[in-house]
Design a binder for this molecule. Sequence first.
Ligand code: F6R
Length: 614
Amino acid sequence: MCSVFGYIGKNNCRSYVMEGLQKLEYRGYDSAGFACLDSDDKRLYFSKAKGRLKNLATLLKEKPMDGHIGIGHTRWSVYGKPSQKNAHPHFDCEKRISIVHNGIIENYHSLKEQLTQAGHIFHSETDTETIAHLFESLLVSHKTLKAAVVDLVNQLEGAYAFLCINQDYPDCMIMVRKRSPLCIGIGDDEIFVASDPLAFINQTKKVLFLPDESFAIVKKDLIELYEFSGKPLTPDVQELSIEWQDNQKNEHQHYMLKEIYEQKNVIHATVDFLHAMTDQIWDHLSLTLEQVRKLDKIHLVGCGTSWHAARIAQFYFETICMIPTRVHLASEFRYMPFFPDEDSLYVYISQSGETADTLEALRLVNSMNLPTITVTNVPSSTMVREAGGFLLTQAGQEIAVASTKAFSTQLSALYWLAHRIALEKRIIDSVQMEQAEQDLLVAAEVLENTIENYKRDICQTHAPFYTQFDRVIFLGRHLSYPLAMEAALKLKEISYIFSQCYPAGELKHGPLALVDEKTPVFIFSHSEPLIYQKIVSNAHETKARGGHVVAFAFEGQHELIDLADLSFVVPKVKTLLGPLAMIGIIQFFTYQIAKNLDCPIDKPRNLAKSVTVE
Ligand code: F6R
């Protein structure tokens, strides 16, 4: 999504802004821009470029500008296509006010109509420009800056975080937050502001997370914080202990490959971390022992890959701790009938901890005072701050847009949690708990070894061969159905090959009509004999129609392996950990196909890492 960064202080701003934007660029990257007030003449200067941040850096080298106050932006388009014209910052008619914005102004259309009728001239197709023009008109009708901001924020609908600098107020910056992340870093006579504290954590660890529906009027040594009503708020400044990890690709061509290879270690780290906190786990999750023992329903909520992890984890909670579990797509959850249930636990799964749909689904349940926890990878995220409790995976920062190590650590953490609840409910004993931890480590080993076994063949033969296909069908059953969904998502997002996933049992209810020699069918097996046999039948049905089968099978599944045109065979692990053991080879294979197609794997077209708009 879009990222914003701002600086006001004793130093020149440009290098801080560009460095901050660079750290956040993986989140959205279709255009970028920078604006500052020149230190001498105090006038507004700006530069914008279509495409990656490096294009903006080149422009700024050709036409340098700097000052003690500046803002920058990397964009992921919502309103208006990626272009220089639509790149932020946006301005008022006189180009005195400059705005960078993350989020959506839902009522921008009607506001734009009113402003146009009043004579304002718009230069972009964005919703953001409306903020600048509206602010311009409110500054005329209000006596103070603060009164104009209060009126402004109360007219804007949607979820947004924006920064504003104004030539007429050269020593202050306005920062506004409503349901979109924004935080201020407090230095010595300097203030940083960004969508994510990681962007400035090298400069200061003193951080103020703007409360929801608040705004700040900030000078280099002063922060005035207000509710949207204008009532002053006391800033709650925290000292963060997070560090920016200088995340290099090392010897790898892409972050995705690096992250695929990190999985064994980060699964180990996740298991070690959870093992170490086992005695304090319920305090950590803000749950009482009584609540855990009485738990009779679990709801898992997420989007995309995190939703797939939830779909797999449903089998964990229902099988291991025998608690009926429902899985919800966060984007649908808010609009469905809701039946509050005191003995339920609501678990929000999110790599970033910022995904807008998941966050809103969390807020809905929080507002009913029901127990919520988040399973996430980012300790400084909004979900960690807002959920009743949190369980951190230890994946480390994930840069590639396509999620890999976040998924495998989510599965590990959820598998562990299911066992920990089962232990508390006395369904399993401590020996079985320890065994579960060992089983996770074994699955991690298998994940990595399977990649090693097939690496050469995939790189030399299989990946180049499969680039010829325009579409692929994915099939799975029971546990392997959500795994097949995740595999299909990986292939489509990084290679742009049309990938459609079905529960294998549905094949003859329609999708079989699509099977031909040009449409390979990727089939994901299961280690339970009963389910395996059904999967074999689906492979037969496919072959009988001249289809091409790629099987992801377990050792000893000869019938499926013999039937397939290509098979990847994975050593058997605990049945419920089959998806974890198998995911590495799937990621590696899809990655190599995309690489052979010369796709921009880490930053696929149209996508962004952290989806902070609904
Ligand atoms: C796919 C992918 C996305 C995310 C989804 C949710 O590879 O990364 O589908 O899983 O946008 O993001 P988080 O987990 O940050 O809530």
